[in-house]
Design a protein around this ligand. Structure first.
Ligand SMILES: *[C@@H]1O[C@H](CO)[C@@H](O)[C@H](O)[C@H]1NC(C)=O
Ligand SMILES: *[C@@H]1O[C@H](CO)[C@@H](O)[C@H](O)[C@H]1NC(C)=O
Ligand SMILES: *[C@@H]1O[C@H](CO)[C@@H](O)[C@H](O)[C@H]1NC(C)=O
Ligand SMILES: *[C@@H]1O[C@H](CO)[C@@H](O)[C@H](O)[C@H]1NC(C)=O
Ligand SMILES: *[C@@H]1O[C@H](CO)[C@@H](O)[C@H](O)[C@H]1NC(C)=O
Ligand SMILES: *[C@@H]1O[C@H](CO)[C@@H](O)[C@H](O)[C@H]1NC(C)=O
Length: 381
């Protein structure tokens, strides 16, 4: 069972009630909708409308009753049987569903096509002054417009058509399709001063006296400004950047060890020790092995020299195979080390870059002189 249709179309609120006979048979028990429900429906349907167009299809007791109740509840101005494009609320009273639908179709064309306002090239008067980096307008001429004399910016130099807020203003002008003239604040004040319940001079004064439609150029959100002008929502942009030193090239003596990992170095040292002890013990036991291996230092020196391929005495009885294999190992090791070192020397090695916040913290950077630790403690509970 449906009793009423509430259609909300973006800015237009259409409120329609079908005639009672089509819904309820019992006519004498008063209206079909209680006052409270009716008020709730009106309140929520016309939450944002500041005036209303009322259209009645046919006068009956029922529609007249509802109209009377609507007028009592609706707090703003309204037109009856009159279309005003400025009013964004619509209240349709019809005697049948068919007629209601017809009425709604008629009112569709009054709906705003999109949420964006088109000011149809109307001339807006603004107020601003030379205030880099917000506004760079500076050249002006004296003119009288609408009986008010003022200094207007010519704005015909590309360098003057710049500034953060001026650019925002230009974007608004393009989007909302209005033309503009910008004048300088008068009386030598930029923003003006509060004087009791009046405002003396400046851009806020121009807004207050409705000499201009819009003012910009570094207007602060202060209590006085709020009292005398409706300020827009403030614009802001927040960027957080860290400046960190460039990664430096690494210079360290230990760079020589870098071609091989520490595990490989460890393995090589252990192998040399193991091999030298092995050869030394063999020399003690086996008399065929040349005598020079009976001294441990000699053995160690010779094995390292053989590994690097710098010194290889010919007498190697009893150790020939072992030392040949040792030479092969040395060849592999030296080749691997040299080629890796060469590739590292051709590409300079840098410290790790700082790209993320944890890396920044880990880098433990300091800048300038360190001051005392602030007394203020920030605690979180
Ligand atoms: C409707 O709005 C008026 C004014 O805002 C308020 O006084 C009234 O209590 C509201 N009624 C309901 C039923 O919400
Ligand atoms: C802006 O307004 C002008 C003047 O009424 C009109 O000719 C033009 O079509 C409008 N532009 C847009 C994008 O609506
Ligand atoms: C415009 O008028 C102001 C005083 O109202 C004067 O100070 C200024 O020199 C005039 N500017 C020009 C370009 O005439
Ligand atoms: C402030 O207002 C008083 C009158 O209320 C007036 O006499 C005075 O000149 C005003 N001051 C300024 C700076 O306009
Ligand atoms: C701000 O706007 C509201 C509604 O549009 C208006 O009632 C009020 O007077 C304005 N305030 C000032 C300080 O202009
Ligand atoms: C950071 O550097 C300072 C001095 O430069 C030092 O006292 C502090 O211990 C360092 N902290 C860490 C975590 O390395």
């Amino acid at each position: 069972m449906w009793k009423l249709i509430v259609v909300n179309i973006v800015l237009i609120s259409c409120f329609a009630i079908a005639k009672r006979e089509h819904i309820l048979i019992n006519y004498d028990r008063g209206s079909w909708i209680s006052n409270l429900n009716f008020e709730t429906v009106i309140n929520s349907s016309f939450l944002y409308s500041r005036c209303c167009n009322i259209f009645i299809d046919e006068h009956t007791d029922e529609t007249d009753d509802l109209l009377g109740r609507f007028v009592n509840i609706y707090p703003n101005n309204y037109y009856v049987q009159y279309r005003s494009y400025e009013c964004q609320g619509y209240f349709l009273l019809g005697s049948s569903v068919k007629k209601l639908v017809k009425m709604m179709q008629k009112y569709q064309i009054m709906k705003r096509q999109s949420g964006i306002i088109n000011l149809q090239g109307q001339l807006l008067q603004g107020s601003a002054f030379y205030n880099p980096p917000f506004c760079y307008l500076s050249t002006s001429i004296n003119k009288t417009i609408n009986g008010i004399e003022g200094e207007f910016f010519i704005a015909n130099d590309a360098r003057e058509l710049d500034g953060v807020e001026f650019q925002l203003f230009i974007l608004m002008a393009q989007r909302l399709n209005f033309t503009w003239m910008i004048r300088k604040p008068n009386n030598n004040y930029r923003y003006g001063r509060k004087n009791g319940s009046d405002w003396h001079g400046g851009m806020i004064g121009q807004i207050f006296r409705k000499e201009v439609d819009i003012a910009f150029s570094g207007i602060w959100l202060t209590k006085d400004n709020y009292e005398f002008a409706n300020l827009s929502i403030s614009w802001y942009q927040l960027f957080i950047h860290f400046l960190v030193p460039r990664p430096k090239t690494k210079t360290s003596f230990w760079a020589l060890t870098r071609p091989l990992s520490s595990e490989v170095w460890l393995a090589i040292i252990v192998t040399i020790l193991f091999q030298s002890i092995n050869v030394y013990i063999k020399a003690k036991i086996n008399h065929n092995v040349p005598k020079r291996f009976k001294t441990y230092i000699n053995t160690l020196t010779e094995l390292i020299a053989r590994l690097l391929g710098t010194w290889a005495p010919k007498k190697t009885q009893g150790l020939r195979l072992q030392l040949h294999l040792w030479h092969v190992t040395g060849l592999l090791f030296v080749t691997a080390y040299c080629s890796s070192l060469a590739s590292r020397l051709t590409t300079p090695d840098y410290e790790t870059r700082i790209d993320t916040i944890p890396q920044l913290i880990a880098a433990n950077l300091s800048w300038g002189r360190e001051g005392p630790i602030p007394k203020l403690m920030i605690t979180s509970i």
